[in-house]
Design a protein around this ligand. Structure first.
Ligand SMILES: [Zn+2]
Length: 203
């Protein structure tokens, strides 16, 4: 696990008017806010088939995922989803409706997952993938999906595939407790000076 220690002149304390500890520079007063990361991804289709990538990197190397990853600066969420599809599957995707907004407190992440379609049935594994394939719904390798969020997005895609508009889906009720921040992680974040994330949902 990668963690970092702040420079010696950073101290953890509660800023005026705040209600939780932050890392504060005791030389210039600059406050470092540690907030959730945004993951962007896409359930991409070609003629009712769904695009999945077999991961070549940890975590969950060898398991299948929809294209998704950390949003970058200077891009929109939609652009990020299309970029991830290109990076992982060398595929051009037209990003459409927002499908799901999934909060994963245990990983400090919010996932914005879109629907989209391939502009041509052309794809190949990018550097982060071992394989890329289009799957019929009945052939999706449910037991070999990399992340819970893949399962949610694929199911929600299927539930809404014939709808032009719909409210974005969220974490299914039965999984909310699973992805909540466990008490030990909360206390660890209070007592340590480094930011430690559960790696199991890092994409
Ligand atoms: Zn400073």
């Amino acid at each position: 696990m990668v963690s970092y220690l702040p420079p010696d002149h950073f101290e953890k304390k509660v800023p005026d008017g705040d209600d939780r500890e932050r890392l504060i520079c005791n030389q210039c007063g600059w406050i470092h806010y540690d907030n959730p990361k945004i993951i962007v991804g896409v359930v991409a289709t070609w003629q009712n088939k769904l695009l999945l990538c077999k991961r070549a990197i940890e975590p969950r190397s060898g398991y299948w995922t929809i294209p998704a990853g950390f949003m970058e600066l200077l891009e929109t969420a939609e652009q990020g989803a299309a970029r991830e599809a290109w990076e992982e599957a060398r595929v051009l995707v037209e990003v459409e409706t927002l499908l799901g907004v999934y909060s994963i407190p245990r990983a400090g992440q919010v996932h914005l997952i879109y629907r989209g379609h391939l502009t041509a049935p052309e794809f190949s594994p990018g550097p982060e993938s071992l394989d890329v394939q289009l799957f019929d719904w009945d052939d999706i390798p449910w037991d070999e999906l990399a992340f819970l969020s893949n399962r949610w997005a694929l199911r929600h895609y299927y539930e809404s595939k014939d709808l032009a508009t719909f409210p974005a889906f969220t974490v299914p009720a039965e999984d909310v407790a699973t992805v909540a921040s466990p008490p030990c992680l909360k206390s660890a974040q209070k007592s340590q000076t480094c930011s430690q994330r559960s790696p199991d949902e890092t994409e």
